[in-house]
Design a protein around this ligand. Structure first.
Ligand code: IPE
Ligand code: IPE
Ligand code: MG
Length: 239
């Protein structure tokens, strides 16, 4: 059981390895995505139990549009089914649901369900669950710049705070910990601005096999890290 004194405020996960999980079992990739939603359910519940206040799951990148059309369609249908089924649980656990990414470009049926679940859970206060959907960190930063320019700000008024306030994550802390499953060690455009001082973990486990116990192991390791934010160890110990 994790010790509540050093629970990260924000955990962000790149849920990777669904396709490999399925292929290694002789199954279609879609089965990997289906199994991946079960893993997501377990991890959401575990984070809520541990008192992690913000959880962000990389669900669909902008680049993922380039996958075969039937896989893309399956993913969006799966998302609609997952959210419809999970709404009651989100409400019972007081989890606010949010989307990081460009909603307007998503299929109408998906948009409707996303908006419905966001509206229904808007009052929930125990945890925020963000799905990064149709997400690209570079696009997010560009969008923020465009929004600042549209406000007519003079260059000296463009500060880190002002820019961060135009990101999808406005009002939420930066991720303390970013986990990518399946042994891949890259960000693939995830939370590029927000990850400036994040800790990273790259468990080998493929996402559909990632259980709450795997999460606990990553959190145990996170607890042992020394985060210095540019200071010396002595300064950090004196804090
Ligand atoms: C992650 O699993 C899910 C999405 C990107 C939607 P992948 O589908 O990328 O699985 P691998 O990397 O091919 O194994
Ligand atoms: C990143 O995984 C996106 C999601 C997990 C949703 P990918 O599998 O798409 O990333 P690359 O292509 O291996 O970098
Ligand atoms: Mg992948």
């Amino acid at each position: 059981m994790a010790d509540s004194t050093s629970v990260p405020k924000h955990v962000a996960i790149i849920m990777d390895g669904n396709g490999r999980w399925a292929t290694s079992r002789g199954l279609p990739r879609s089965e990997g995505h289906r199994a991946g939603t079960e893993a997501a359910r377990g991890v959401v519940t575990r984070c809520r139990e541990l008192g992690i206040r913000h959880l962000t799951l990389y669900t669909f990148s902008k680049e993922n549009w380039g996958r075969p059309a039937d896989e893309v369609k399956f993913l969006f249908d799966l998302l609609v089914r997952f959210l419809t089924r999970e709404l009651d649980t989100l409400l019972t656990q007081s989890i606010r649901f949010m989307v990081l990414g460009e909603l307007a470009e998503l299929p109408l049926a998906t948009r409707k369900v996303l908006s419905h679940v966001m509206a229904k859970t808007a009052h929930c206060t125990e945890m925020t669950l963000n799905l990064a959907l149709n997400y690209s960190g570079r696009e997010e930063i560009l969008r923020a710049c465009r929004r600042l320019i549209a406000q007519g700000l003079p260059p000296e008024a463009v500060t880190e705070q002002r820019l961060a306030a135009e990101l999808y994550t406005v009002g939420q802390p930066d991720p303390d910990l970013i986990i990518r499953t399946s042994g891949e060690m890259r960000l693939s455009g995830y939370l590029l601005w927000q990850s400036a001082y994040s800790e990273f973990a790259f468990p080998e486990t493929l996402w559909p096999d990632f259980t709450p116990a795997h999460l606990d192991a990553v959190l145990d390791d996170f607890r042992k890290r020394s985060r210095r934010f540019g200071l010396t160890s002595e300064q950090v110990s004196a804090q």
